[in-house]
Design a protein around this ligand. Structure first.
Ligand SMILES: O=C(O)CCC(=O)C(=O)O
Ligand SMILES: [Fe+2]
Length: 253
């Protein structure tokens, strides 16, 4: 499919809002016990148990009190249909905390590497993440999908943003989407799986089976976006509520 005319997940931001006072990251498991699981080569990985269930629960309670905004009825031309409630904030400080204080930086950068996960050397790591990773997109999005809500098929764009590094603002580019699931069937949420649709290896031949990522409390899902993004969707929630925190991996420009 050509890049033109693709349905996009646009993330128009509303700056000037005061960031929330996010709860502290309690009871995280040590980063050397986290692993990167490959779901689809070069496209989708997961980090199981990235957040413990207790922290996810704390966050769902906290996020429920934020001013979430329900999707405006009709999407703008070229935008995907997203039917959910969203809170969006430019919060460089939270993005840095999420990157540095949760073990994410350690495992993405390969400072720690568990035996049962994806093993990468420096070059392979750079190839996979699309450059030299420097942190997370300060554009933080929180989604709540109630029964009947979904995110229709779309592609995620790569964006040029800046991340704070010490005293300077670094020009960066987003390369992978980060989705952190806070709910799952274990917490009463049914449906809502994130589904990816691979293109056929040879044009005009049947497409491979979709890749379904099931919700798991505390699981982080990362998928490549931009020009090599796979068509994907958030399936309709059929019971309970699906809560997700979204950011993106950023590499140096
Ligand atoms: O909620 C999901 O499972 C998918 C979210 C998504 O595709 C997005 O944020 O761009
Ligand atoms: Fe997406």
């Amino acid at each position: 499919m050509s890049l033109k005319g693709r349905k996009k997940d646009t993330a128009r931001s509303m700056p000037l809002e005061q960031p929330p006072i996010w709860p502290p990251f309690k009871s995280l498991i040590p980063s050397n016990l986290l692993s990167i699981q490959e779901i689809l080569t070069n496209q989708i990985v997961t980090i199981p148990h990235f957040w413990p269930a207790s922290l996810c629960k704390t966050y769902v309670s906290f996020l429920s009190n934020l001013p979430l905004v329900t999707t405006p009825g009709k999407p703008k031309k070229g935008d995907a249909v997203r039917v959910n409630d969203r809170f969006q904030i430019q919060d460089a400080s939270f993005a840095t905390r999420l990157w540095e204080e949760t073990g994410l930086k350690d495992i993405i950068m390969g400072y720690v590497q568990s035996e049962d996960g994806l093993q990468l050397d420096g070059e392979a790591r750079k190839q996979l993440w699309g450059g030299e990773v420097v942190g997370l997109n300060p554009n933080i999005r929180v989604y709540r999908y109630s029964k009947g809500q979904f995110f229709d098929q779309h592609y995620d764009d790569s964006n040029n943003v800046t991340v704070r590094s010490g005293q300077t603002d670094l020009p960066v580019r987003t390369t992978w989407t980060l989705l952190l699931y806070l709910t799952s069937p274990a917490s009463g949420c049914l449906g809502g799986e994130t589904v990816f649709y691979p293109d056929p290896a040879i044009k005009k031949t049947p497409s491979p089976e979709p890749v379904i990522v099931n919700l798991e409390v505390g699981l982080a899902l990362l998928h490549r976006h931009g020009a090599e993004c796979m068509l994907h969707e958030g399936r309709e929630v059929v019971a309970g509520e699906k809560w997700v925190i979204r950011s993106d991996l950023c590499v140096k420009r």
